[in-house]
Design a binder for this molecule. Sequence first.
Ligand code: 13P
Ligand code: SF4
Length: 297
Amino acid sequence: MEKEIRALKARKNAVVMAHNYQPMEVQALADVVGDSLELAVKAKETGADLIVVCGVRFMAETAKILNPERKVIIPVEDAGCPLADFLTPDLIREARQRYPDAAVVVYVNSTAESKALADITCTSANAVRVVASLPNDTILFGPDANLAAYVQRQLPEKTIIPMPPGGHCYVHAGFTLADVETARKKGSMVVCHPECLPEVQEQADLIASTGGMVRDAAGGDEPWSVFTEREMASRLRVLYPGRVFYEKPEAVCADMKKISPADLRRALEREEHEVVLSPEIMDRARRAIERMIAVGA
Ligand code: 13P
Ligand code: SF4
C-alpha cells in the first residue's frame, strides 16, 4: 500500500496533507502533518498539481480557496465537522446588523460560505493574535463559544460576542472536571485545547492548539494528559518516545476517523472527491484567510 501510494503521489505530482487527528496509519503516509493553521499555510506554499487533504471538509475547502487553480480532493466526501455547522451565513448577517461597529472573526472550523462573510478568519493557534490585531472593541466570534471565552480571558479589553452563544465541539466539550481529577491522580499535567469548556480550561496547566502541543511537548519531561482528540497523544508519543502522554479513549472525532489508507489510495487513483466551490465565495473567503495568514501564528 505504501509503495503504491508513493508511486501515485510521484506520478500525479501530488501532496498529501493530514491533520494531527487523522489515524496514525494515514499520518504515516502524509507529506505534511499539522494543525489547521499549518495545513492552510503549507497548502498555500505547495507546488503540487494535486492536493489531497486527509482531514475534514473545512480543511479541504481552505486548501482549495488558497489554491483555486489546483485540484484539491478529500478521500471521503462526507467527513465533516459538526462544530462548523453551528454557524450559518444568516446568523452572521443578523449579528452584523445588530452590531454594525463590530468585526467578524470566523474560526476556520466553518463553511466556506461563512468565511466569505468574515472580516478575518482565525485558528486556535492564532485566535488571540488575530483578535488583538483588530482595531474594533467589539468582536463577533464564531462558531466555537469556548474558544471565544478563551480569547475573552486573554483580551479583557475587548468585548467578544459568540455566534451562536452555544457553539461547541462535542469531542472537546466531553472533557469534564472529573477528567482533570483523574489526570491529577496520575500525576500528570493537564494540557487542553481551547475548544474545551471554560471550567476545564481554568484548571489546565497549558492551553494550546494541536500544533502548539507538538511544539510545547519538546520542552520538559512530565507526563501529560492530553485534553483533545485521542489521536493527538499517539502523535506526541511518536514524536517524543521518551515521554508519557495519556489520552481519553472516548475522545474520538468520528469524522476524522473516516479516512483509511485504502481510501487515500483510491482517492489518488481516481482523483476523488474534488472540492468545488463558487469562484465568488472563494474570492471573498480567500481575503479573510489571507488576512489571517498575514497576522501570523
Ligand atoms: P487545531 O487547529 O488545533 O488543529 O484544531 C482543529 C480542530 O478541529 C480542533 O478540534
Ligand atoms: Fe470538528 Fe471537533 Fe472533529 Fe475538530 S474534533 S474536526 S472541531 S468535530
